[in-house]
Design a protein around this ligand. Structure first.
Ligand SMILES: [Mn+2]
Length: 415
């Protein structure tokens, strides 16, 4: 067994991701993950770091993110590491008419080697290995793969042998996510098998590998809550024997100290009023606070589910979010309203119904959706209709208030 060279394969770091509304802690989390991976590459004596697209989250990256990324790339360069990158779909030119992305800037600073030919792929080669990189080209990927295969076949015909070869690709592989969509299929990649020892993918944020040949590490940080279901994702350490062309790949995503996420659901159907719901969520907060991760403050995702017993207009998602935020326990709080309305859907009423009667019918159905007004929906509807007529007749605010006060005073007993 000859010498082994080690490669850190990463993608989809999305450095600078502005998640949950200008949250500086979350922005920094993305570059912290990159820093940890850089330190790991040094500690594990990698010779190469390959970044298969989406190092940055946006083509218009902010200065602090650039500074933090440059810091990592600088210590990698000082350590003698070769860093190879391709552009992902998030790294288009800063100004399209000039065609220059921040990755071109990093290359001009001698911090990365950018493989950037969108038609034939660009080839890097040294004494250990060859790397072919194709930037994100979307629907042109199949055509480009065919060109790359032809180019590698031509080179092999001239040289008579091939070095260990990695293909870097930023593309979705069909069938790897539930929606089965992708830019390339296995049948597009298979013709490259005689010329490529390892396909190092990026783009899909879920980790996957196929036949000890295709590797996709997925995102090291969590770019959306759906990604929390893939806890192993984030990076591969690939050990290559350049003589025998054998390799082994180890997924090390679980070791990345990424921001913990807590995902909870709250059932709203037992709550008859907004106040009861807020009380119940207070209990949820107490329970959650007893199970906090022992590391960093987590991102907290709360989904409200079930049938809402009161009017949707009285469900104040911002207030709920603020009540969790004010606990100071979380890095960010997200509240998703997935509740359904009672007596859902306004039933259709015939065309011939007079306008006033149609109005009453619609008001009745709306008031029936809230348990607090359901029993008296006809009284509420009559009041609404009367107030509407007054508005149309140009009544004063005082006249309207007088009617509402009279309505409240006549409230049936026990209500
Ligand atoms: Mn991505």
């Amino acid at each position: 067994m000859g010498r082994t060279i080690r490669v850190l394969h990463i993608a989809d770091l999305h450095c600078g991701l502005d998640q949950y509304g200008h949250n500086p802690v979350r922005r920094r989390d993305s570059t912290e993950a990159f820093r940890w991976l850089g330190l790991t590459a040094v500690d594990t004596q990698c010779s190469y770091v390959i970044i298969s697209g989406d190092l940055f989250d946006t083509r218009a990256i902010d200065p602090l993110t650039l500074h933090e990324v440059v810091h990592v790339l600088t210590f990698l360069r000082d350590d003698g590491m070769t860093v190879l990158a391709i552009k992902g779909n998030h790294e288009l030119a800063h100004r399209s008419y000039e065609g220059i992305s921040w990755l071109n800037y990093l290359e001009k600073q001698d911090l990365i080697t950018l493989l950037d030919d969108p038609i034939y792929g660009e080839i890097f080669e040294d004494e250990n290995l060859r790397v072919v990189g194709l930037p994100w080209v979307g629907s042109q990927t199949k055509q480009a793969l065919s060109s790359i295969r032809q180019e590698l076949a031509d080179i092999t015909a001239v040289r008579g042998s091939t070095p260990y070869t990695i293909l870097m690709l930023h593309a979705g592989l069909e069938g790897m996510l539930n929606d089965h969509s992708g830019n390339v299929a296995m049948s597009d990649l298979e013709p490259l098998y005689p010329y490529v020892n390892c396909v190092a993918m990026g783009h899909v944020h879920k980790d996957y590998e196929v036949k000890d040949w295709i590797y996709n590490p997925g995102s090291p940080e969590t770019c959306s809550v759906e990604e929390t279901q893939w806890p192993d994702r984030g990076a591969y350490l690939i050990d290559i024997n350049p003589e025998t062309h054998e390799h082994t790949a180890q997924l090390i995503g679980r070791d990345i100290p990424r921001r913990p996420f807590m995902v909870e659901t709250a059932h709203v159907s037992a709550c008859q009023t907004p106040e009861q719901l807020y009380t119940s969520l207070g209990t949820t907060l107490r329970k959650v606070s007893e199970h906090l991760p022992h590391t960093e403050p987590p991102v907290f995702h709360l989904s409200l589910i079930g049938e809402l017993k009161f009017a949707h207009a009285d469900l104040n998602v911002a207030t709920i979010r603020e009540s969790f935020e004010s606990s100071g326990l979380f890095t960010a709080v997200v509240v998703n309203d997935k509740t359904t309305a009672r007596n859902q859907g306004i039933t259709t009423i015939g065309d011939e119904v007079p306008r006033q009667q149609l109005d009453i019918e619609v008001y009745n159905q709306l008031f029936q959706q809230d348990v607090r007004s359901e029993a008296q929906c006809e009284r509420y509807s009559a009041l609404t209709q009367s107030l509407k007529n007054r508005v149309l007749q140009g009544a004063s605010t005082e006249e309207m208030l007088t009617e509402i006060r009279a309505f409240n005073a006549a409230q049936p007993k026990g209500e």
